[in-house]
Design a protein around this ligand. Structure first.
Ligand SMILES: [Zn+2]
Length: 65
């Protein structure tokens, strides 16, 4: 009896809320090497992180500031 939800909701530290908040993923740019996403705080709308998703699954490079 296990429910598995395929939601991409995750928690990131928001500099404005000063806590880890749920983020929404937003497509920012389509680059030649992949797609760049912003993670936006669902509380205040501040961008709390970004990530480039490359076509090759080995090359994931998440970055947060
Ligand atoms: Zn926030």
């Amino acid at each position: 009896m296990k429910q598995f939800e395929q939601m991409e909701a995750s928690l990131l530290f928001c500099p404005k809320c000063k806590e880890a908040t749920p983020v929404r993923k937003r497509l920012l740019l389509v680059l030649s090497e992949g797609e760049k996403f912003d993670y936006v705080c669902s509380h205040c709308g501040t961008v709390s992180g970004d990530k480039v998703e490359r076509s090759a699954p080995n090359q994931l490079t998440p970055s947060r500031f």
